[in-house]
Structures are given as C-alpha cells and as structure tokens.
Design a protein around this ligand. Structure first.
Ligand code: PLP
Length: 391
C-alpha cells in the first residue's frame, strides 16, 4: 500500500525533533553534528536567536496579506538586496524552483519586448540543477529528471562546463541567456573557475544576451562572499536565490537589473505567498547577520580551516577519499568508496552529510559552525574513513 506521504524520497531512518546551532537532536536523544544544514538552507544553524525572534515577533503581528497590498517587510528585504548586490529590483517567491521559473520567463520577456521574440533559448550546463518544475527539469536536462514526464519545455541547450569553444559556438540569434550555477551543488560541488564565468559574461555582453546565475545553493554567504559570482568580479543580469536566504523559512527571490527586468510589468507574474511578511521578516534577519564584512571574513577563515583539515583527511585515507573540491563552506569530498556508504556510515557516527552526483558527499555546514565543531567533524569523518577502508 502506498504510504500516506508520496514515496518520492528514500528517507534515512532518522527523525530529528530539535535543533541547536550546528546540532540536530534525534527522537532517541542522540546529538548529530549537522554538516548538511537542510541542504544549505539553515545558513545560521538551527534556532538562531535572531531568526527565532524575527519570526515570532512577526507571527504575533501579521502573517499574510497577499501581494494586493504593500508589504513593508518585503520592501525592506528588497531594499537590502538591491543595496548589497548588482540588482536594481527583486521579486519574492517561495523556493528555488519558482525563482527558476521567473528567471526563464524574465529573460524571454525581455527579448520579446525588445522586438526579438525569436530569442527564447537558454544555454545551460550538464550536471546543473535548477529545480523540479517543468522549466527546472528542462533547464537541467538530465534523463534522470526528465524521463517519463512528457514533452519537455522547449528552448534549452545543454553544454559541458569548461568547453569555451562549444559555448561560443552555441550562441545563435535564438539565444536569450546563459544560465549557470557558479558552484554546481547537486552536480557534485563543482566550482566554475573565475575565468570561465568572466568568459560567460564577456560572451553575453558581446552578443547582447543575458547572464543568469543560479545562486540558490551557493549564495547568501556560503562561499565567503554574499554571492559566489562576486569572486569572479562579474555580475549577472538575473540571479536566482533561495535556500539560505530564508534560513529555514521557505523563501526565494529573483534579483535583476532594471534592464533585464524591463518586460516584467504589472500583471505579468505573481505569487500568492511570495514575499509574505513572515518570510521577509526572517530574510531581513538573515541578511542582518550574513551581509556583514566581518561575518563573511569569518566564513572564509573557517572554510580555509575545514578545507585544510579535509585535505589532510584525503591524504590519510586515499582508499576512501579522492579529493576536496568546492568553495567556502560549500565543500565536496569525492569518494572512492560509494558516497552513499559514507553518508550512511556518518549516521552511525552522528554526522550528517549530503550526497551529490559524481560520487561526492557535500559538506554544507551552518555558516556559524565553530572551530571546535570543525575539528569534531573531521574527527568523525576520520572514524568513518577507518570503518570504510577496504580490508
Ligand atoms: C535547491 C536548488 C534549486 C531548487 O530549489 P527548491 O527550493 O528546491 O525549489 C535550484 N537551483 C539550485 C542550484 C539548487 O541547489
């Protein structure tokens, strides 16, 4: 008999009932060190007092009104994001998938209004993940995500990362945009080199097309800058944001330049819940903590520490681990044993990691992880590697 919850997930036999900072407490009382952070969502860990206060204060006052009226918390969050980024404007939704929907619509609408309605194609990359909607799976394009779901939304072209000649050749008079995750998450924590992002920006400029960065996983301080593309010294025209921006409250956003957003006039897009007072009050509180030079410098320092320790771990366990990759506190350990075995062994050692493609485990701790917790995480990973070392 089908379970009452649609069985689209293979769930681990774990039930967490409470969270404290970098720790998750299981129903049986065990304390797990959380290097998954709900897949890069709990940017400030669990039950961060600033977020708890922002949410409960707003919950006492007003939950929801709809976008038929002004929402001061939404305007405050938009003002903050515009002040901190390349963007001139922001639209709020509830997830990364919805951010992808608008990014695609916005890019196409821009060219429609510009008198080039044939420009509908979006160049995306193999290994990408952009969400589970019809546009999201078409954008990612992998057979795993699209098979059996009927006709795909047309207008996506898929290339390998790292092939600049193919990218240049793929741009035609039908191209509207290039869509890229500066650090691929689900695809196995693959950071796109700065030079490659710079080349994408240059090609977009040369051809008058739009650059869309999907920073749903790598954004909001994860790499030690507020947004990952900043490391390359470039900016996109459109950016998708979700996950960390809500710190655990469902919140997504599309940020854009005035030019890229120019087709999105009244009535062209909307959301019932998007940008509601609860979500935006929490989003503002997340930015109060994360959009701070000292906080981001601390993320980079701790990321350096974790990375150095992980390099040592790989050197010590060459039969279990192959390499460390990624950026900031978005790190991947490519495994030689099955990555699923490393994740499962982690549960026995009360350590949470997240699998990704290419036999990688992802380490996406809360950005607030302490040095002691980093040391403890590496100790546990060492114990896992000992358990999994082939005899
Ligand atoms: C998680 C993710 C999405 C989809 O976000 P949802 O909130 O799950 O809809 C899109 N893009 C990237 C890069 C992601 O990591």
């Amino acid at each position: 008999m089908i379970p009452s919850v649609l069985p689209t997930y293979n769930r681990a036999p774990l039930t967490f009932v409470k969270g404290e900072g970098t720790w998750l407490i299981e129903a049986d009382g065990r304390r797990f060190l959380d290097l998954g952070a709900g897949i890069a969502v709990n940017a400030l860990g669990h039950a961060h007092p600033t977020l708890v206060k922002a949410l409960t204060d707003q919950a006492q006052a007003l939950w929801h009104t709809s976008n038929l009226y002004h929402i001061p918390q939404q305007e405050a969050l938009a003002d903050r994001l515009v002040a901190e980024t390349f963007a001139d404007t922001a639209f709020f939704c509830n997830s990364g998938t919805e951010a992808c929907e608008l990014a695609v619509k916005m890019a196409r609408k821009y060219f429609y209004e510009a008198g080039q309605p044939e420009r509908v194609e979006i160049i995306a990359f193999n290994g990408a993940f952009h969400g589970r909607s019809s546009a999201g799976i078409a954008a990612a394009g992998s057979e795993k995500m699209t098979k059996g779901f009927g006709p795909m939304l047309p207008g996506f072209v898929h290339l390998d990362l790292g092939d600049s000649a193919a990218l240049e050749a793929a741009i035609t008079d039908k191209t509207a945009a290039i869509m890229v995750e500066p650090v691929q998450g689900e695809g196995g924590i693959r950071a796109v080199p700065d030079a490659e992002l710079q080349q994408m920006r240059a090609l977009c400029d040369a051809h008058g097309i739009l650059l869309i960065c999907d920073e749903v996983q790598c954004g909001v301080g994860r790499t030690g800058r507020l947004f990952a593309h900043e490391w390359a010294g470039i900016s996109p025209d459109i950016m998708m944001v979700a996950k960390g921006i809500g710190g655990g409250f469902p919140l997504g956003a599309v940020l854009a330049t005035e030019k890229a957003a120019s087709g999105m006039t009244a009535g062209t897009h909307g959301s019932t819940y998007g940008g509601n007072p609860l979500g935006c009050a929490v989003g503002c509180a997340v930015l109060d903590v994360v959009a701070d030079a000292a906080f981001l410098a601390e993320v980079s320092r701790k990321a350096g520490l974790l990375r150095q320790r992980l390099e040592g771990l790989v050197a010590e366990h060459p039969e279990v681990f192959e390499e460390v990759r990624g950026a900031g506190l978005m790190l991947g350990l490519k495994c030689k044993v099955a990555n699923a075995d490393v994740v499962t062994s982690g549960y026995a050692h009360e350590l949470i990691t997240v699998p990704a493609a290419d036999n990688v485990i992802r380490l996406l701790p809360p950005l607030t992880i302490s040095d002691d917790e980093i040391a403890e995480a590496v100790t546990r990973l060492d114990a896992i590697a000992r358990d999994l070392t082939p005899a």
